[in-house]
Design a protein around this ligand. Structure first.
Ligand SMILES: NC(=O)c1ccc[n+]([C@@H]2O[C@H](COP(=O)([O-])OP(=O)(O)OC[C@H]3O[C@@H](n4cnc5c(N)ncnc54)[C@H](OP(=O)(O)O)[C@@H]3O)[C@@H](O)[C@H]2O)c1
Length: 287
């Protein structure tokens, strides 16, 4: 890649950000098209977020991704928010259109595309068990409800947050088939008999010694397992692979949410296969 006076800048704002895989696959996508664009990780501490967002205009940065911990705080500095950002109050993609900063969130649509295209799983009329009630859980639950699931069970370590998420989903989507499962009752087998899809949106699995939140006894052979953690092969993914269940890990969602950002910035279809190939070497397998 040759950087010159015409090079267009993009990147990711996060804290920490050095571990991010986005530069790997976004730069691969630019290379695929021979674009004179570059994607850089910017470590932005919380106290500098506003200044960093001002710099998008000052340095004519075409677009950035926003990651932990800035997804919520960023919303108040945008000039325009798309519908999904207004509903969820989180932003993971900014597009700079001649100084006007437009905010999008691609996590929900990225998850859904990954589930359908990589997982070949059709969510319509399915029953879902979702672990977590953090930022990604809202995006994913919202996308699943929009896609026509019939029922969702939400289970979070802090039950109050799961209850708030239930209220949010029924308030915004008019969807009532939501049950909050207390964390200590998460392995109640009467619930698991109905489940078609289990999604882990918690950070459990990011550390090597993290356990599975679901009891393997509850994972029938026809359940689809989706763990959005992407920094390593989690115990849940390892188990699903061993038992030959249908499953996806977080790298699939990571690519698709990034692919939507790529298209928002460049107007081009994202080269999914080239992006996947670029991160393959970085996946940490369990020994
Ligand atoms: N693949 C992708 O493209 C993608 C995109 C976004 C995020 N992610 C991944 O998704 C994970 C969550 O991200 P987020 O943005 O949603 O984070 P977040 O908003 O901070 O939410 C974290 C969630 O994890 C739960 N949690 C944390 N530690 C736990 C533990 N020891 N036991 C049980 N639950 C625990 C929290 O429960 P409490 O409410 O009780 O604290 C909360 O529900 C991270 O691993 C992130 O890297 C992946």
């Amino acid at each position: 890649m040759e950087i010159n006076g015409e090079t267009i800048l993009t990147g990711v704002f996060g804290y920490p950000v050095k571990h991010s895989l986005s530069p790997v696959f976004q730069n691969a996508a630019f290379r695929f098209y021979g674009l004179n664009w570059v994607y850089i990780p910017f470590e932005v501490g919380p106290e500098n977020l506003k200044t960093a967002i001002d710099c998008i205009r000052i340095f004519s940065i075409k677009g950035v991704n926003i990651t932990i911990p800035h997804k919520r705080e960023t919303v108040k500095y945008l000039d325009f928010c798309d519908e999904e950002v207004k509903v969820l109050q989180v932003c993971n993609t900014i597009v700079n259109e001649n100084g006007v900063l437009k905010g999008y969130t691609t996590d929900g649509p990225g998850f859904l595309r990954s589930l359908k295209e990589d997982g070949k799983f059709a969510p319509e009329n399915k029953v879902v068990f979702l672990f977590g009630a953090g930022g990604s859980a809202y995006a994913i639950a919202g996308a699943l409800v929009r896609s026509g699931i019939s029922e969702i069970f939400i289970c979070n370590r802090t039950e109050e947050k799961a209850k708030m998420m239930k209220e949010h989903l029924s308030g915004h989507f008019g969807f009532e088939n939501i049950e909050v499962v207390p964390f200590e009752k998460r392995n109640d087998s009467s619930i698991w008999k109905k489940i078609d899809l289990v999604v882990n949106t918690t950070s459990v699995g990011m550390r090597y010694d993290d356990i599975m939140l679901v009891d393997p006894e509850n994972l029938r052979q026809d359940i689809f397992v989706y763990d959005i953690v992407y920094n390593r092969e989690t115990a849940l993914v390892f188990y699903a692979k061993k038992k030959k269940l249908r499953f996806l890990d977080g790298c699939s969602m990571l690519i698709f949410q990034g692919a939507i950002s790529f298209t928002l910035w460049t107007g081009l279809e994202a080269p999914i296969e080239a992006m996947k190939k670029a991160i393959d070497a970085f996946k940490i397998k369990r020994p």
